[in-house]
Write a protein that binds this ligand. Structure first.
Ligand code: ADP
Length: 473
């Protein structure tokens, strides 16, 4: 059986209860009894010493008579709640506060042995068979002329001492019950605050492990456990979201691969079975070639995105001249621009402008932005690439006067495979991945990219780069 935390705590509580009970019912009584006995014995011993030095000594030097001493000791015995005796070394009782004076019939204590206390000043027993119950007896010798003449013996009933112990013990029992009740409250508190939330969290993790990432649970507390539950909920929702993205991504990829493949296959079959006549083959082979180019572009973009995702922050940062990169990228579009009579205007700050970034990736950003700007520009128009400095940042803007982006699409253009309806007619070969790659690269650099666009007027994409530290000085 799996041991739950709750069971362990119940067990710990039970063990705590049993040990406290044993301690309070066995050890505490014996310790209390011992303490009380010793204290009482000490007190009586002092009294016995006092009696032997004062009243009793006079008895043996005949300074006082038996009657006077008895009266005095009677009062003292009453006050001490005990019996005081004066006993001769032979065991004959000279005076007993519990009995009247009787000179004729002297009481003898059989086997009286004052050394029986074996070093201690008190003993607990029936005093040589003299009492029916247990008595605490203390001795003090009465000396005169360096001789022991007799002993002052004080007896106190052990049941008296036990009664005092019992009153104290009842306090310990009440304390024990209160302690057990308090720890029970802690146990209930623990169940509410820790165990129940933990059980919810455990159940949720089991659900997540079984693949049910949509499982949601609530832990109402603002401590570490509440935070853990919130993090777990958030993590599951992110994983669920990522799973959805993954599915969407695969669906999009399959769709984008399938359409060119279907058209390639259609044209090739038509050429083989003669539906397309021989003299038209060149035209259709060119269409097939265009479709394969689209597939190559799609594959390359997917690979680029995959590399960015897996490599994360692994950038090959160097200091390079961004003006140079802008010029060479713009030059690579010369052919396309000439065909459609589009002019690329460069407005660059400084002769060379050193930035610190991954050159190849920034080149890719510029390439994608210029490619889009040309694709969505009207013939006989101009595209402007401009750089400007603000603080230690360099801003690059790629601005066209093309079809623009509808307001509602502005947030979506960064999503993978997104193409606005407006662009579809113009751009049959677009993959919808270009801007996702751009965003990913700029984010990897810890920089920002923004777009300002008005439908029918044009678009401007602006991204920031860090100037190289050398250039800043
Ligand atoms: P694609 O490869 O299809 O161009 P992108 O991710 O680069 O994919 O762009 C996504 C969409 O954003 C495009 O289909 C288009 O609708 C819109 N877009 C991007 N750049 C521009 C631009 N300069 N002018 C107008 N629309 C643009």
């Amino acid at each position: 059986m799996r041991k739950t935390l709750y069971l362990k705590f119940i067990l710990a509580y039970f063990i705590f209860g049993v040990f406290s009970f044993i301690f309070v019912t066995i050890f505490v009584p014996s310790m209390t009894r011992e303490h009380f006995t010793r204290e009482k014995a000490e007190h009586l011993y002092m009294e016995a010493n006092h009696i032997s030095d004062t009243y009793a000594a006079g008895l043996y030097t005949r300074e006082t008579d038996l009657e006077t001493v008895k009266t005095q000791l009677d009062t003292l015995a009453l006050y001490l709640d005990s019996t005081i005796r004066i006993v001769n070394p032979s065991g004959s009782v000279v005076l007993d506060t519990a009995a009247p004076i009787n000179v004729e019939d002297v009481v003898m204590i059989e086997n009286f042995d004052p050394t029986a206390t074996s070093g201690s000043y008190y003993m607990i027993n029936d005093f040589f068979g003299n009492f029916d119950s247990e008595m605490l007896s203390v001795f003090s010798p009465i000396t005169s002329s360096y001789m022991v003449k007799g002993y002052v013996v004080i007896h106190c009933s052990m049941s008296e001492i036990q009664a005092s112990c019992d009153s104290i013990l009842s306090i310990s029992y009440i304390t024990l019950v209160i302690l057990l009740l308090l720890s029970l409250i802690i146990l209930i508190f623990f169940t509410e605050m820790v165990y129940i939330p933990l059980r919810k969290i455990t159940y949720a993790t089991e659900q997540y492990a079984a693949g049910n990432m949509r499982y949601e649970f609530q832990v109402e507390s603002d401590d570490e456990i509440g935070y853990l539950a919130a993090c777990l909920n958030y993590m599951a929702s992110r994983i669920a979201g990522a799973e959805d993205d993954q599915k969407k991504f695969v669906a999009n990829v399959s769709h984008d691969f399938r359409s060119p493949l279907t058209s390639i296959r259609g044209y090739l079959e038509a050429m083989i079975d003669g539906t397309i006549p021989q003299d038209m083959h060149d035209k259709y082979l060119n269409i097939v070639l265009n479709e394969t180019e689209r597939l190559t572009k799609l594959t390359n973009s997917l690979l680029a995105l995959n590399n960015l995702n897996t490599k994360g922050m692994l950038l090959d940062r160097t200091d390079f001249d961004i003006n140079d990169v802008i010029r060479s990228t713009a030059a690579s579009f010369e052919g396309t621009c000439r065909q459609r009579n589009i002019m690329i205007e460069l407005v660059l700050t400084g002769d060379d402008m050193l930035v610190n970034a991954d050159m190849e990736k920034i080149q890719q950003v510029l390439y994608n932005l210029l490619d889009n700007a040309i694709k969505f520009s009207h013939s006989n128009s101009a595209i402007r690439v401009e750089t400007s400095i603000k603080g230690n940042k360099l801003f690059v803007s790629v601005k066209d006067t093309g079809i623009g982006i509808p307001k509602e699409d502005l947030k979506l253009i960064w999503n993978r495979f997104y193409k606005s309806d407006l662009s579809r007619g113009r751009d049959k070969r677009g993959t919808g991945l270009g801007l996702s790659i751009v965003k990913e690269i700029i984010n990897c650099h810890g920089e920002h990219i923004n777009v300002i666009s008005t439908e029918g007027v044009g678009s401007e994409f602006i991204f920031s780069l860090s100037q190289s530290e050398e250039d800043e000085d």
